[in-house]
Design a protein around this ligand. Structure first.
Ligand SMILES: [Cu+2]
Length: 165
């Protein structure tokens, strides 16, 4: 009986662990994908939540870079020279809200020139909460809640009385 319950608990634990391992989205952070083509980013403008990771995958034949206007990230600081080639993947996690402009060292420039894109990171509080309207009917104010009175302490039993009784 007890053994069967224990086995069930262990089985449930293993199942939960397995699900957590093959299902890594449980943390809440998401991944957005941008395709690096010749010579543009697709989609050029994306919107994500704080903590999300953007993954750029090069599918073109030329070489490119993913370089932030404010230098907060750069896939290829020494590009031209060493750049992203076909099949290369670059990813960056955005934690702070804001609009991040980026460009390709070879085919673009800061300020949205040529091959460029934007990542918009929304403010942290993006969960929409629907507040139900509070209607107060006249004359139906709820009775003032009185805190429950503390239960009377049980009379102390005198040890001597018990002994002499
Ligand atoms: Cu490029």
């Amino acid at each position: 009986m007890l053994l069967r319950r224990l086995v069930a608990l262990v089985a449930a634990g293993i199942l939960a662990t397995t699900v957590a391992m093959i299902w890594p989205v449980s943390s809440g952070a998401a991944t957005a994908a941008v395709d690096i083509q010749d010579s543009r980013f697709v989609a050029a403008a994306i919107t994500i939540a704080p903590g999300d990771t953007v993954t750029w995958t090069e599918s073109g034949r030329g070489t490119h870079s993913v370089t932030a206007d404010d230098a907060s990230f750069d896939s290829s600081p020494s590009c031209p020279g060493t750049c992203l080639g076909n099949g290369s993947v670059f990813s960056h996690t955005f934690t702070a809200a804001g609009v991040y402009h980026y460009y390709c060292h070879i085919h673009g420039g800061p300020g949205g020139q040529g091959m460029s894109g934007t990542v918009t990171v929304l403010a942290a509080a993006t969960t929409t909460t629907t507040t139900a309207p509070t209607t107060t009917l006249p004359g139906t104010s709820p009775p003032a809640t009185t805190p429950p009175t503390a239960a009377a302490a049980p009379p102390a039993v005198s040890a001597t009385a018990a002994l002499t009784g």
